[in-house]
Structure formats: C-alpha cells, structure tokens
Design a protein around this ligand. Sequence first.
Ligand SMILES: Cc1ncc(COP(=O)(O)O)c(C=O)c1O
Length: 470
Amino acid sequence: MKHYRHKIFTTIIEENINKQILKPGDKLPSARSIKQEYKLSTSTVQSGYDYLVFKGLVTSLPRSGYVVAVQNNAETAADVYPDLPPIPRDPVFQNNISLTSSLQNHSEYTSFNVAVPSDTFVPQKLVLRTMQEVIREKGAALLRYYPANGSAELRELLSRRSAAHGAIIQPEELLITDGAIQALYIALATVTIPGDIIAVESPCVFSILETIANLRLKTIEIPVRYKDGFDTDYLRNVCDKNQIKAIVLTPNFQNPTGILLSDEKKKKVLEIATQHQIPIIENDIYGDLYFNDSRPSTIRNFDTTGLVITYSSFSKTIAPGIRLGWLAAGRYYSEAERIKFSLGRSVTPLNQEVVIKLLSSTSYDRHLRSFRRQLEHQSITLLNQFKKHFPKQAYAHAPLGGYSIWIQLPPLVDMELFYAKCEQFRILFTPVSTFSYTNSYSHHYRMIFSQRITDTSLEAIKKIGNFLKP
Ligand SMILES: Cc1ncc(COP(=O)(O)O)c(C=O)c1O
C-alpha cells in the first residue's frame, strides 16, 4: 500500500475531528508550523491539507489558513421512520412502480440513479484482453457445462481472498452464481418457505425487495440509521416477538444509505441471530470498495456458529455484465446447490475463467486500488457540491465506501415539486418508493456516485439545491 508522508499529521487532525476534540470553525496549525514540527517539505504539507479539504474535513479560508469544516450532524438529522412499525408486511410496494429498463434509458439526463460503474470505470481493456486470452487458451472447453457449483479453481481463489481479510470460507461451501441477486434468491429459498417472516434492512435496494416478493415472504423492516446503521435494538425486539426465519442485510456500505456497520454491531447482529438460531444472509457486494486504509470485516469474520450465509458478486467491482457472483452457503450447502442447479446449470464458463485470470494475477487488486480512489474522489466532489448549494437542514451521510449517498430533505419540501424540478433539469434519481414496502422515506433520495461526475452533473446538483433553498 502506498504510504503518504503527509499521513504523519493528517491522521492526527482527522482523529481529533472525528473525536470532536477539534470542532467546526477551529483554526488549524499553519503550513509553516506543520512543516517545522514534522520536518516535512512544503509540498508534502500542502498535499496533506489538500487531502483534508478533499475529504470535506477542512476548509481553506482566504488569507486565514485552514479551519475545521462545518459537518452535517447525523445526531440532529431527523432520523425517524414514522411508518416503520415492527409488524410483518406482505412484500408489496405501496406505489405501483416499475424499474424495468425503459425508465433508465435517458442518455441525455444526468444520471444519479443506477448503481453500476460507468463505462469509464469498467476496466474494459483488461477484461476484453483477458477474454481473448481465455478463448485462445481454453478453446472449445468453454462451450461445455461447468460444474453446477462452479469452477474448483475459482472457488479456491475466492476462499483465499476471503481468508486474507479474516473470513473463513471453504471452497466446498461455495456456489458460483449468476450475480449477487441470484445468490440471494438461492439463500432465501434455502432457508424459508412462502409465508415465512424475514427481517430485512430498511431502506433497502429494490432488487433485494423484489427477490423477497418473488419468494412470497413476509417482511419486517429494520431501520438503518444514519448514526450507526442497522438498528440492533429494533432487531432484538422483532426477533423476540416473531418467528424470524432469516435476517437479510448489507453490513458494508449498504445500498442506498452507504452506511458501514461497525464490528461491534456486526457482532451484535450475530449474537441476536445465534440466540434465536436465525440464519443471517449478508451481502458483501460493496466490501472491496472501501475508502479507508483497510477492508471492512464481514459478519462471517466473527461467525463460529455456521449461521452466516455470505454472498457477493463482481458486478460493482469489475462489470455488471460479467454476471459472476458467489454464495458461501455453509451448513445450508446441499439444499442451496440443489436450488442453484434448478436455476440454470452453470454460470458461463468464459466469465468464470476471466475472473480466475484476474484474481490469479495482481490485475484485479490494481484495478480496485485505482477505482476506490476515483470513487472516493467522486463522492467527495458530489458531497461538497451538495453542502455548498443545498439548504442547511438537508442531511447527507458521507460514505466511507460503496456507491451511494442517502439524502434527507427538510420536511417542508414539496417532494412532488422536487421530482418535477428534477425532470425539468433532466436529473434522474431512483423513485424513493422503491426502497421500502412502506412510505417511510418520502423525504429522502439516493445519489449514486459511480457514474462519471462532470460539470453538467455538478450544475444539476446546484440547480436542484438552489431550487430547494427558501
Ligand atoms: C446491494 C446490492 N445487491 C445486489 C445488487 C445486484 O447485483 P448483481 O448484478 O450481481 O446481481 C446490487 C446492485 O444494484 C446491489 O446494490
């Protein structure tokens, strides 16, 4: 990992801001005093301060130096979900919504709606070159069925990658799937029958809610709070009072909130699940897209019970069209394998071999390192534009990874007018009613930052922010 010399002082400033020892508006040491104290060059000190400004932690004031930036405060964001009673619901959306492809085909619009990497972030040359190599090397063998559970070599590589961040996943419990959503479908179909009640994070991305609906499962939505994510007290209460058959969540950089659950909370979810013997189905699709120095853990890292089913895919990190995901089914493997077989015998061999090649070399990790930096830069640019132009009462959570920012608007905003303005300014957001079976999020919207940010997208944020200002 590249070591930045400026970290010697930026880490201390960051920590002091996070611990609120340094408060918004506090003046920071001058570049000259930092230079002397830490024996750094002028350019290193400058790049350190640039980094802190870039992260939105510090503001540069003309002729006054650097001060701690004003942060939005999660505690004061009206973090309440009035329509989220802890009762089982049929998996039916309140509004008649359709998110099929027609809605997304507005190339002339500024798109903050689709959680996919833009073409410029997909490592196209690398993937296409690797495909050609694989075709040359494997030839007609790619035209056969591969094993229903996937290539043994790929499962071995995935197992080793997980071990590198502390999650024990055996190659024998892995199933290679057609993306993450198929993995979720298999996991849910393995541990539930129609009519069962499951607990699911709320808000939650549409594709997960649709999968739950297809399986005819009743749901209790568990709030994901700005402050500390998946609400484990709420979960405990729900599990005490209902026969919950699965807990479905995305602990790392959840979609749509972008929130990262702490290790303590991950352990707490596991503790509640263990007490009630409920399988946890965790989605780790954004886990590799962290902005800090190290990869976050999965709940699987702490599991000694075998209750945790983990799944993921390469849709967000390589390309969605590669259609390659995986499911670590653990003690549920036999049934999961049977269901996988019934959904289509094997994932396209060519794509499995391409991912094998990428994982066996340094290519994937090299791509991730640069992609993470670009994503972080995109998120900070968008957030800064948001802070500059939106009313003070609007709140946005600064993500530490992933693709999305979840925004809460002041209650007085007329949301119908808001969406009409978005249409007028040609900005696309996913309709918020897709993130829950309830109407709880009328004043929220999701901003995806995995599309290339341009002057046009920044102008779009400015226009909509200015429209909202009283
Ligand atoms: C949390 C989450 N899970 C799953 C998916 C879809 O993954 P895949 O294309 O691999 O099925 C998405 C993409 O929108 C997502 O955000």
